[in-house]
Ligand binder design. Structure first.
Ligand SMILES: NC(=O)c1ccc[n+]([C@@H]2O[C@H](COP(=O)([O-])OP(=O)(O)OC[C@H]3O[C@@H](n4cnc5c(N)ncnc54)[C@H](O)[C@@H]3O)[C@@H](O)[C@H]2O)c1
Length: 268
């Protein structure tokens, strides 16, 4: 199992305080990595790093849309650990409408707000580009590294809007056009960067998760599960094996690929 060992590797997770990011951090720490818990909020990041237990883990306030914030983080990480080996480009926003009464109307493609579309592109695409540029450049210089760009099933297929109907058949909201657009972009950005940095020894792969069960209403969970060959939504820990695999030498001959972990959602 040495293939999966990440001892002495520095692994950065962006959006590390979210539902899945915390589990990525835990898995990388368990595999031996020194984990950099990077998220918007310094206090939340510190709490997640503390929760990882022993090891010289680091927490940092980082905004992936801000080049200065990323460069400052890179300098602190290099000062602390001397090298960057793994980047999990996990930070993203999934646009939701705060007022449920307006969601059905505003989320219609015909009405979809331009500002929301641009904001999601900024975090989910530009943020992935910037973090890869800032944290990946030292990887290319040292001649090795692994970048994992987190996409989604909605980077592969379009949303089936029928699962966003309630039990009475009313469309409570439409899944947005921006999120799938950004996740599709992440899949092909991965291929671009894998081709560009292959000779420099930096591997770049996509991880495409399926939907995680997270206090959604019972009817939605039932509908989603019925469309999934494995018959359930994911748990937040379902991606831990895939992250350690892509981060480590276990995937040494893999780059530009899209590892789909979705209970079979995109297979049918
Ligand atoms: N939860 C799911 O069902 C699901 C399914 C498929 C794919 N994904 C993908 O997995 C990843 C993690 O999802 P999640 O459910 O844990 O999301 P989440 O919303 O729980 O967490 C996202 C984290 O990103 C952080 N973040 C937002 N903007 C940021 C910025 N500009 N800079 C730095 N950090 C920022 C947030 O503070 C938050 O902690 C995302 O890329 C998401 O698209 C999630």
């Amino acid at each position: 199992m040495n293939l999966f060992n990440l001892t002495n590797k520095t692994a950065i997770v962006t959006g590390a305080c979210g539902l899945i990011g915390q589990q990525h951090c835990a898995a990388l720490a368990e595999a031996g990595a020194n984990v950099v818990v990077a998220d918007l909020n310094a206090e939340a990041a510190a709490a997640v790093a503390f929760g990882l237990g022993g090891g010289p883990h680091l927490s940092l306030a980082v905004d992936v849309t801000n080049p200065e914030s990323l460069a400052g983080a890179r300098d602190q990480i290099l000062a602390r650990f001397g090298h960057i080996d793994v980047l999990v480009n996990n930070a993203a926003i999934n646009d939701m409408f705060e007022n449920p009464a307006l969601a059905a109307d505003l989320s219609k493609f015909e009405n979809f707000p331009l500002a929301t579309f641009r904001q999601v592109l900024e975090v989910n695409v530009t943020g992935v580009f910037l973090a890869a540029q800032v944290f990946g450049t030292p990887m290319a210089r040292q001649g090795h590294g692994s970048i994992i760009n987190v996409a989604s099933t909605y980077g592969i297929v379009g949303p089936d809007q029928s699962i966003y109907r309630n039990e009475a058949g009313e469309q409570t909201f439409y899944k947005s056009p921006s999120y799938p657009t950004t996740k599709g972009a992440v899949v092909n950005f991965t291929r671009y960067l894998a081709a560009y940095w292959g000779a420099a020894g930096v591997r770049v792969n996509t991880l495409s998760p399926g939907g995680v069960e997270n206090s959604q209403d019972e009817f939605f969970i039932k509908q989603y599960s019925a469309k999934t060959p494995l018959g359930r939504m994911a748990t937040p820990t379902d991606y831990q094996g895939a992250v350690v695999f892509l981060a480590s030498d276990a995937s040494a001959y893999m780059t530009g690929a899209n590892l789909v972990v979705d209970g079979g959602w995109t297979a049918i």
